[in-house]
Design a protein around this ligand. Structure first.
Ligand code: IMP
Ligand code: MG
Length: 372
């Protein structure tokens, strides 16, 4: 399950697991030990970021070693700065020693340049650079990096010692800054007559969300003869079901059209487990997620009464016949039970009592959404 975290004002998504980090650290320790033979190296961690790496690294280092730290500071918020401050320098004589710098991350290389300056007059035997993470696209220096745990893209990360304005250092996994910031995406469900349409209209106004009704999306694409619309029509004309992928592609277009939206209300989709998974994937590709399935819960007898009432004025033939109505309600529960399970398993299912005035129900739904 994808768990996005929030630090201060920004959202981060899981990027590198504690397990992957462990493997990378182990490999660095093994490689360095193999290269240094019987020499007793001095490992120097660059504080603050490297404290977690150094602790894990030296536990994995199979031979004798010394450990110390220097403290430099070069970062402000999520941007590298050139102004590096030396806060705690070297406190021991390193003449003729093999020194291995342990860095959590090398970004622009400004910090590394300062490290080289510090060692210019120390007469060490050799200065080796080891970094757990390395951003090749951001690196602008020529200093050799002897050991690299993992190359990553030029995106801001937190966790495993790395912070965003003080927060996140304690996390055992590494998270990456999300490119699209937080959206609230809801799958709205309810049996026929539950008042889904009415509530969707209120919610989209209140939370500034885009309402995506699959029925509307289909009608729009077919009416405007889009490529996907024509494709969908070819199945409908043959009396076949439109394949999920076609529907997903249409929804994808809708989501892309509204890339900077606060979020979406999906209505009429998903209807099967496969569709729910496809929707999760779609949102994941957009660096986002489905936050909740919100279902309006209304007693069958109330629904039947409401729909018969509506049938008197709506002219919809399927609203006029009680046995057809009961069938539609039964169908709904047969179909959606699986989805309720799907979202419940992720703690994302929320039922809301759909009996009461429109305002009362809106308040109940808002209570759910406000907590997301
Ligand atoms: P450089 O001087 O630009 O190479 O950056 C090195 C220092 O910047 C690291 O020791 C970190 O403290 C910080 N830093 C660079 N990239 C990141 C990041 O993605 N997340 C958190 N801190 C970072
Ligand atoms: Mg650092």
């Amino acid at each position: 399950m994808i768990t996005v975290i929030k630090l201060h004002d920004l959202y981060f998504k899981p990027f590198i697991s504690a397990k992957e980090i462990d493997i990378a650290v182990q490999k660095m320790a093994d490689d360095i030990a193999a290269d240094l033979g019987d020499e007793v190296p001095v490992f120097i961690g660059i504080l603050n970021g490297s404290f977690m790496l150094v602790s894990d690294f030296v536990k994995k280092y199979p031979k004798a070693c010394e450990v110390t730290f220097i403290k430099l500071a070069s970062y402000e918020g999520v941007k590298s700065t050139e102004d590096i401050q030396r806060l705690i320098g070297l406190t021991q004589d390193l003449t003729d020693r093999t020194v291995v710098i342990l860095e959590d991350i090398i970004d622009s290389g400004n910090t590394l340049e300062e490290v080289h300056r510090i060692f210019e007059n120390e007469n060490v035997k050799q200065l080796l650079i080891a970094t757990l993470f390395y951003k090749p696209e951001a690196y602008s220096k020529d200093f050799k990096l002897h050991y690299i745990g993992k190359e990553i893209s030029d995106k801001f990360i937190v966790g495993y010692g790395l912070d965003y304005d003080g927060l996140g250092r304690d996390l055992p996994d590494v998270y990456q800054l999300k490119t699209t910031q937080h959206m609230t995406n809801i799958v709205l469900f309810g049996p026929p007559g539950a008042g889904k349409g009415t509530q969707a209209n209120f919610l989209k106004e209140k939370y500034d969300l885009i309402h995506i009704s699959t029925g509307d999306v289909f009608r729009y694409n077919i009416k405007n003869k889009t490529a996907l619309g024509m494709l969908a029509k070819s199945f409908i004309d043959k009396g076949e079901l439109v394949p999920d992928q076609v529907t997903i592609d249409m929804l994808n277009k809708e989501v892309e059209k509204n890339a900077d939206a606060n979020g979406f209300i999906f209505d009429g989709f998903p209807r099967t487990n496969a569709q729910a998974k496809a929707l999760d994937e779609l949102m994941d590709n957009k660096d986002s997620q489905i936050d909740a399935m919100v279902a309006l819960e209304v007693d069958d007898e109330v629904l039947v009464k409401r729909l018969l009432e509506r049938g008197k004025t709506s002219g919809r033939p399927d609203d006029a016949d009680e046995s057809i109505i009961r069938n539609r309600i039964k169908e709904y529960y047969n179909k959606t039970a699986i989805l309720k399970d799907y979202y419940s398993a992720q703690n994302k299912y929320f039922g809301a009592d759909g009996v009461g005035s429109i305002e009362e129900i809106t308040v109940r739904l808002s209570t759910v959404i406000d907590k997301l």
